[in-house]
Design a protein around this ligand. Structure first.
Ligand code: PNS
Length: 160
């Protein structure tokens, strides 16, 4: 079975990595699919996000990293994925995830969405909050991989 784990990953957090580890144990092949979402004005370019994700997932032999634009389910079909993986941190994630999963099911009923629970230690982490905290001078050690923390620091030092 091939699964696809999509997201913006701007940047990858330890919560994402926890989910990647969990899902990579369930399937033969896991493709992490990074959205080329220029419209969302990401902090990192898609090439930077791919590089950070590849560095962070190097120890998982059945995980590969790719990027996509257009419809997620079409990309999943092109890559031969039967399953989409999404993480649920709290009840507040559920409504948005339900909408997306049902829309994706309508578009391609043969592709199943599977929800995994984030590890409780990571359930409050989001890329958005990590960026906000580091921007305001807070400590984000342990919330993102060390190389990502270094990149965030140098990126924001350049911005200020
Ligand atoms: O974790 P994120 O950053 O909120 O990821 C959102 C993502 C990439 C899964 C979603 O925006 C997406 O699938 N975008 C691709 C466009 C698409 O297929 N839209 C219809 C989905 S219902």
């Amino acid at each position: 079975m091939t699964a696809l784990y999509p997201g913006s990953f701007d940047p990858v957090t330890c919560g994402h990595l926890d989910l990647i580890e969990r899902s990579s144990r369930l399937v033969e092949r896991l493709i992490v699919a990074i959205l080329r979402n220029d419209g969302k004005e990401p902090l990192f370019t898609v090439e930077e996000r791919i590089e950070m994700m590849r560095e962070a997932t190097r120890s998982f032999p059945n995980v590969e990293v790719d990027s996509f634009d257009g419809l997620l389910v079409d990309f999943a079909a092109r890559r031969g994925a039967q399953v989409l993986v999404r993480g649920i941190r709290a009840l507040s994630d559920y409504e948005y995830e339900l909408q997306m999963a049902l829309m994706n099911r309508r578009l391609r009923p043969e592709i199943e969405t599977v929800f995994l629970l984030a590890g409780e230690a990571y359930s409050y982490i989001s890329s958005r909050l990590v960026k906000e905290v580091i921007h305001l001078g807070g400590d984000i050690a342990g919330l993102v991989p060390p190389r990502v923390e270094a990149r965030l620091k140098s990126r924001l030092a350049g911005v200020k």
